[in-house]
Design a protein around this ligand. Structure first.
Ligand code: DP6
Length: 360
C-alpha cells in the first residue's frame, strides 16, 4: 500500500452533525522506535505490547459550519476543562492529516479527552491520545463513506495516528503490533502498524506490566528532540540494523515462549535506547538513581526466585516491570516489598497486555 491509497476519492454524504467516541490504550515497545525520517517514517522497525489500563478516552462532537472558510475550528477540553495549551499540537496534527481526511475543515469540532493515568506521571500520553483522536476522525469518515473493509479501516487509523505520534500507530489493535518495514515480518509497513501476524505462545497471554513511577516530572528530552538526535549519531546505522535483527530473533522466541531469550532482547533494547541518548550530541541521562536500583533489585530477584521478571524503559526514568501471569503470585509481592519504595510518592500502575481500542 502507498500513502496515496489513504486519500479518499469522494464521500457519499457529509452528515450535518454527530458525535463519535473511542478509548485507546498506551503501548510498551519491546523493540524500540528511536529515530525517524521526514513525514513520521521510522528509521527502524519496532514492536510493542498493547496495554489495557493506561488509556485515553476521547469524544468528538461535530457540526457542519454555517459559513465555509478555510480554517480548522475546534474547542478542546481535557478532563472537562478547556485546554488552550494543547491546541497547537492538535492543530499541527489536523494540518498533517487534512489531505487524508479532507472533510475536517467543513466542521466545528468539540474534542473532549481524558486519561486514566495521572497527567504528569511521566507516562507518554501521545500514543493513546493521538490514536484515540485518529479513531474518532476515522469513525466520522466511515459514516460519510461507502462501506470499507475492517482491514483498510484499521490500516488507515494506524496511518493517521502515526502522523500524530509514531508510537500511536501501534495502539489500535493488540496484543502485539509491529510497525516499520522489515524482511522478517510479512506485510510490515513504514506507513502503519500491523497486528503481529505470527504465532504467539500462550505464556504471553495476560502478560503483566507494572509501571513504576520513578520520576513524574516533565520530560527532560521531548521525543521529537530525541528522535532528532539519531541524525548523524555515530552508532545510528548499527542500531537500526540491530532492531531488524532483534525483530527477526523475536519471531521464534514469541512462538516458542522462550522467556529467557525474550528477557535478553527486551532488556537489551531498553538499555540500548538509553545508550543512544547517552552517546548522542547533546547527551542525556534519563535514568535516575532509583531506576538503576530497581533494575539491580530485579536482576537479584530473578536469579534467586527462578522467575522471568524483567524490565523495559521508555525515554524516561520510569520502569515497566514485565512478567507472565503464572508468576504474578511471586513477582507482585516482590514488587510491593522491594520496588515500590523507589517510586515517587510510592506510585505505580498495574497494567497488562490488551487488545486495543474500543468504540464508546
Ligand atoms: C522511546 O512516538 O513519542 O517510546 O513520533 O515524535 O511522537 P513521535 O515519538 P514517540 O516516540 C516513542 C519512543 C519510545 C519508543 C517506542 O515507543 O517505540
Amino acid at each position: 500500500m502507498s500513502e496515496k491509497d489513504f486519500i479518499p476519492s469522494s464521500y457519499i454524504t457529509l452528515k450535518e452533525e454527530g458525535i463519535v467516541g473511542y478509548t485507546s490504550p498506551s503501548n510498551i515497545a519491546l523493540v524500540k522506535y528511536w529515530g525517524k525520517r521526514e513525514n513520521q517514517i521510522p528509521a527502524n522497525p519496532s514492536i510493542s505490547f498493547t496495554l489495557t489500563a493506561c488509556m485515553t478516552k476521547t469524544s468528538v462532537e461535530y457540526k457542519k459550519k454555517i459559513r465555509k472558510d478555510n480554517e480548522f475550528s475546534f474547542d478542546l477540553f481535557f478532563e472537562d476543562q478547556p485546554k488552550e495549551e494543547f491546541k497547537p499540537k492538535i492543530k499541527t496534527f489536523l494540518k498533517r492529516i487534512e489531505k487524508y481526511l479532507p472533510f475536517l475543515k467543513e466542521y466545528h469540532l468539540v474534542i473532549k479527552t481524558s486519561n486514566t493515568f495521572p497527567h504528569s506521571s511521566g507516562i507518554a500520553s501521545s500514543a493513546s491520545g493521538m490514536s484515540a483522536l485518529a479513531l474518532c476522525f476515522m469513525e466520522m469518515e466511515r459514516t460519510f463513506s461507502a462501506p470499507i473493509t475492517d482491514d483498510f479501516f484499521n490500516n488507515k487509523i494506524s496511518f493517521i495516528s502515526r502522523l500524530g505520534s509514531g508510537s500511536a500507530c501501534r495502539s489500535i489493535e493488540g496484543p502485539l503490533v509491529q510497525w516499520g518495514e522489515t524482511s522478517s515480518v510479512e506485510g510490515s509497513s513504514n506507513l502503519f502498524g500491523v497486528k503481529y501476524p505470527y504465532k504467539v505462545h500462550d505464556i504471553f497471554n495476560n502478560f503483566h506490566d507494572t509501571i513504576l513511577l520513578v520520576d513524574k516530572g516533565e520530560k527532560q528530552v521531548s521525543s521529537t528532540v530525541g528522535h532528532e538526535l539519531m541524525h548523524g549519531h555515530p552508532f545510528a546505522s548499527q542500531r537500526f540494523e540491530q532492531a531488524h535483527e532483534n525483530l527477526d530473533k523475536l519471531r521464534t522466541i514469541l512462538a516458542e515462549g522462550n522467556l529467557n531469550d525474550f528477557i535478553g532482547i527486551v532488556e537489551s533494547e531498553a538499555l540500548t535506547l538509553h545508550a543512544m541518548m547517552m552517546t548522542s550530541h547533546p547527551y542525556f541521562i534519563l535514568m535516575k538513581p532509583n531506576t538503576l536500583s530497581i533494575i539491580n533489585e530485579i536482576w537479584k530477584f530473578r536469579q534467586t526466585s527462578n522467575t522471568h521478571v524483567c524490565f523495559t524503559l521508555d525515554a524516561g526514568a520510569n520502569v515497566h516491570v514485565l512478567y507472565p501471569e503464572n508468576e504474578k503470585d511471586i513477582v507482585f509481592p516482590f514488587i510491593k516489598e522491594k520496588l515500590i519504595s523507589f517510586c515517587q510518592n510510592g506510585q505505580y500502575i498495574c497494567d497488562r497486555i490488551g487488545l486495543g481500542a474500543k468504540k464508546l
